[in-house]
Design a protein around this ligand. Sequence first.
Ligand code: MG
Length: 341
Amino acid sequence: MKLSWTPYNLELVHTFTISGFSRKTTPVVITKLEYDGLVGYGEASLPPYLGETQQSVIDFLRKVDLSGFTNPAHMEEILEYVDSIAPGNTAAKASVDIALHDLVGKIIGLPWYKLYGLDRYNVPDTTFTIGIDTDEVVQQKTLEALGRFNILKVKVGGVDDKRMIESIRSVTNLPLAVDANQGWADKYHALDMINLLESKGVVMVEQPMPKQNIDDIAWLTEHSPLPIFADESVQRLADVERLKGVFSGINIKLMKCTGMREAWNMRNLAKFLDMKVMMGCMTETSCAISAAAQLCSGMDFADLDGALLIGNDCFEGATLEDGKIVARDESGIGVRDRGLD
Ligand code: MG
């Protein structure tokens, strides 16, 4: 198996603002894993606030020595080894995990959703994020989303939450998901906000309070009329069990959890614990989005608009159909390389 990589910069169609900062580009690293004439593709997406960089990913990938593995199908063994190379580096690890899944799916000749025993159409509608902006821009972006999406996502936790919601509500009654990104400091204020949001047609809340405020979040989940999902509070498989009773559900992202292998285990553990599950993403190409789309079936929410927000997607893959991100019926993760430009 031969591993190679290329750094690439994703250009966002619109400047993306969430409480605290704005950006126009997201760096990624695209990986390739070659074996017996087949190529598996992977990706590490590196939003600046998560700490990994193109350089740290390349430094990590240089340490990956696959010469001891002769059979790519020994995925558990290979990915245990990759995880053991260094702590952290979850996006770098995901770039190897996704490429290996793509490669092994191609060797077997099936897409992963079939290997998991899932129906690629039985997926939740993807949310589409409307960024924080002026009333006019928010209304314009909302109008553009109508007819394409069945649920919108709004970033809250700022000073003008009510205004954002009113602004969207002036043009549509579509259900809304909200993400507070830890923005509410007081549990009583958070509950008041959630009750208000529920009356405005909001259907779920992501990470309402700072991740260390476990007792407050558990209280809020107990009293909230809406399901409360962990995002910043959950990274990997080991985090899931302790969040039972604290959150209603978890937001699984490949870049946080080292890839498809662990995401699949998190999904199944959460379901076993009777917790809700959603699949999220970073700003990513259709490569990582298509990987996420493989395991989305049977989940409660999907937030997979990442590739729709960029202007230079270097892959063709999962597509938007009737408001859902649907994996292609092609082996591996179902992507085609369009060439890096
Ligand atoms: Mg979030």
